[in-house]
Design a protein around this ligand. Structure first.
Ligand code: PGA
Length: 259
């Protein structure tokens, strides 16, 4: 029943970067990604002030780029917010929405995440919708209930056609930035569950990429990416080191259709 889907690896720089180091990193990633097979897609989600720099250094390369959040509003008196359309002005194609750091530190609800997903889709961005449980929730046996509710809230607001344009990222909160990744079996089990929820929305939705995020490193990427329902990764810390990020991209290539 499992079917091979193209792999996608996306870096999430979070609030890191400076002009000089970004230039070195982006150039190295663009060059290294150029050697990957066509069915491995690579992206980076950068802090908004660096979108112009990212565009000028990545345009014409294999690597696409995007933002780490979008406003729930299209425009207006919302000081500090960045509209999805503004990212599109810099040729961005990706927008992370509902990252657990935004849910935790900015109190973003799944309902708000659903609205942000709509704002991204409206302007042609691919939203990367993040879901994930805390350690307490996992230990209480409620992982599926938590991630299922987070995903369903988004799917409920979308047509099947729009839902087929999203990417989902499963990022267990206890694995993010901790060095403690989910095992490939643990991740696969949740990915298969998320896939079944997506399939319930329509046949085309069943095949949206479901990425794993949370302490993905060169050492564990290939094992994770070999799982049938893990279509790539959302990479935090390791995306700031060109050699580590490219090694993770090569792990995706080794497990891709052509790999
Ligand atoms: P990490 O972060 O790879 O540093 O664990 C992943 C993420 O938060 O997207």
């Amino acid at each position: 029943m499992s079917k091979q889907r193209a792999k996608l690896v996306v870096g999430n720089w979070k609030m890191h970067g400076r002009l000089a180091e970004n230039a070195t990193l982006l150039q190295a990633v663009a060059q290294g990604a150029g050697e990957l097979p066509a069915d491995v897609r690579v992206g980076v989600c950068v802090p908004c002030p660096y979108l112009g720099q990212t565009q000028s250094l990545l345009e014409g390369s294999k690597v696409v780029w995007g933002v780490q959040d979008v406003s729930a509003f299209t425009h207006g008196a919302y000081t500090g917010e960045v509209a999805a359309q503004m990212a599109v002005d810099f040729a961005a194609t990706l927008a992370i929405v509902g990252h657990s750091e935004r849910r935790a530190y900015h109190r973003e609800s799944s309902e708000l995440v659903a609205v942000k997903t709509q704002r991204a889709l409206e302007v042609g961005l691919t939203p990367i919708v993040c879901v994930g449980e805390t350690l307490e929730e996992r230990e209480a046996g409620s992982t599926e209930q938590v991630v299922g509710a987070q995903l369903d809230e988004v799917l409920a607001k979308l047509s099947a056609e729009d839902a087929a344009r999203i990417v989902v990222a499963y990022e267990p909160v206890w694995a993010i930035g901790t060095g403690k990744s989910a095992t490939s079996d643990e991740a696969q089990a949740v990915h298969a569950f998320l896939r079944s929820r997506l399939a319930a929305k329509g046949a085309a939705v069943a095949d949206v990429p479901v990425l794993y995020g949370g302490s993905v490193k060169p050492e564990n990427a290939e094992e994770l990416f070999r799982e049938p329902d893990i279509d790539g990764g959302l990479i935090g810390g390791a995306s700031l080191k060109d050699q580590d990020f490219l090694a993770i991209c090569r792990a995706a290539a080794a497990t891709s259709v052509a790999g």
